[in-house]
Design a protein around this ligand. Structure first.
Ligand SMILES: CC(C)(COP(=O)(O)OP(=O)(O)OC[C@H]1O[C@@H](n2cnc3c(N)ncnc32)[C@H](O)[C@@H]1OP(=O)(O)O)[C@@H](O)C(=O)NCCC(=O)NCCS
Length: 168
């Protein structure tokens, strides 16, 4: 299911790599991430239905920061608010449960809605990495975002209403 979502044109266009549709490759990846203590991955369920994949990676207990990534099932309805609930849950998890100080994001610059979305979620755009990714025959810029715990506590926490999810 994840391989199907991840290779869908509407998802992979915003990812750094276009992975092959190869189950063995996917199993190897799953094996690797299962043993990787610097990351955590979840399948997101809404009303019992699998709707997306959310990941925390490069979890760094020295500098108290990590990165996050998220994509929805391309067949699920976008723009219905699921993404907001997931992002706000992830923020709470990262700051209150994992004890991080900073949540980092990287977004392909052409993913304009998601760049705006990070700002709506309290993050600051820290800069643009020019021609950072080579894909589909040309270079792509990448926007770097960062949400500090201080800003989250002042701008987001207890200010936006969302459904508390259960993390397993
Ligand atoms: C980004 C993504 C996870 C958002 O999920 P979603 O359930 O559509 O999100 P929501 O309905 O909660 O909307 C949240 C925000 O997403 C942004 N957004 C991004 N892509 C969108 C889309 N295709 N349709 C609607 N909103 C979108 C909007 O800014 C929206 O904010 P608003 O509702 O306050 O205007 C989803 O669109 C997706 O999987 N996109 C492709 C993969 C991707 O780009 N991932 C991020 C890589 S950094």
């Amino acid at each position: 299911m994840i391989l199907k979502w991840r290779t869908h044109p509407e998802i992979t266009r915003y990812m750094y790599t276009d992975i092959p549709y190869d189950m063995q490759n996917q199993r190897n990846w799953f094996g690797r991430i299962s043993n990787d203590v610097s990351r955590r991955d979840w399948i997101v369920q809404a009303d019992g239905v699998d709707v997306g994949v959310v990941s925390l990676y490069k979890i760094d207990y020295t500098n108290y920061k990590c990165e996050w990534g998220f994509y929805m099932n391309p067949a699920a309805a976008h723009g219905k608010g699921v993404g907001n609930h997931v992002a706000l849950n992830i923020q709470e998890y990262v700051f209150d449960k994992l004890g991080m100080n900073k949540l980092c994001g990287e977004i392909m610059a052409e993913n304009v809605l998601v760049v705006k979305w990070h700002q709506l979620l309290g993050a600051t755009l820290e800069g643009k990495r020019k021609q950072h990714i080579f894909k589909n025959g040309h270079f792509h810029d990448v926007v770097v975002s960062g949400l500090l715990k201080y800003d989250w506590e002042n701008k987001i926490k207890n200010k936006l209403d969302y459904i508390r999810g259960v993390f397993e």
